[in-house]
Design a protein. Structure first.
Length: 134
C-alpha cells in the first residue's frame, strides 16, 4: 500500500515519500505517543542522531469504538509543513501506519525544535511531537 502525498517542500526535497513501513529502532532515535486509553492517539518516531534526521514516522490509533472518517496525518517541523498522507477511514479499535517520511538529505543538519505528526479529520485533531536537538 502506497499513499498519495501532498507536499509544500522545495524541489530538492520532492524525492521524499510517505508510505507505510516498519521503522526499526536505532540508537539516538526518539519516539512518543499522546496519552489516552480510550481517546484517539497519535504517535511520532524520529530516527537519526542529533540534528540529522533519517526519517519521521506517524501512526494513528483509533482507541474509540466508533469509526473516524477522513483521517489525514500531517508531518511538520519548526520550519512548517513537511508532507501529509492520503485520507483514511479508521474503524473503532484500529490503527493506520506507521507512515514514514524518508529525509532525502539525511546527512543535512536540521533545524532544532519539535517535529510532529498530527492526525486530523472533521471529528478529531490530535498531535504528537518529539523535540529534536543536538
Amino acid at each position: 500500500l502506497v499513499t498519495v502525498i501532498r507536499t509544500a517542500l522545495p524541489a530538492t526535497a520532492m524525492a521524499a515519500t510517505v508510505h507505510p513501513s516498519v521503522v526499526p529502532p536505532i540508537t539516538d532515535s526518539g519516539n512518543s505517543c499522546t496519552i489516552g486509553l480510550s481517546d484517539p492517539q497519535e504517535c511520532t518516531a524520529i530516527v537519526g542522531s542529533g540534528l540529522n534526521i533519517t526519517s519521521i514516522s506517524g501512526t494513528f490509533k483509533n482507541r474509540t469504538s466508533n469509526e473516524i472518517d477522513d483521517v489525514i496525518i500531517f508531518f511538520y517541523g519548526p520550519n512548517g509543513n513537511i508532507t501529509s498522507t492520503a485520507t483514511y477511514d479508521v474503524p473503532g479499535g484500529k490503527s493506520i501506519g506507521p507512515f514514514v517520511w524518508h529525509n532525502p538529505n539525511p546527512n543535512a543538519t536540521m533545524t532544532p525544535g519539535d517535529y510532529c505528526t498530527e492526525a486530523e479529520s472533521p471529528a478529531i485533531d490530535v498531535a504528537d511531537c518529539v523535540d529534536v536537538h543536538s
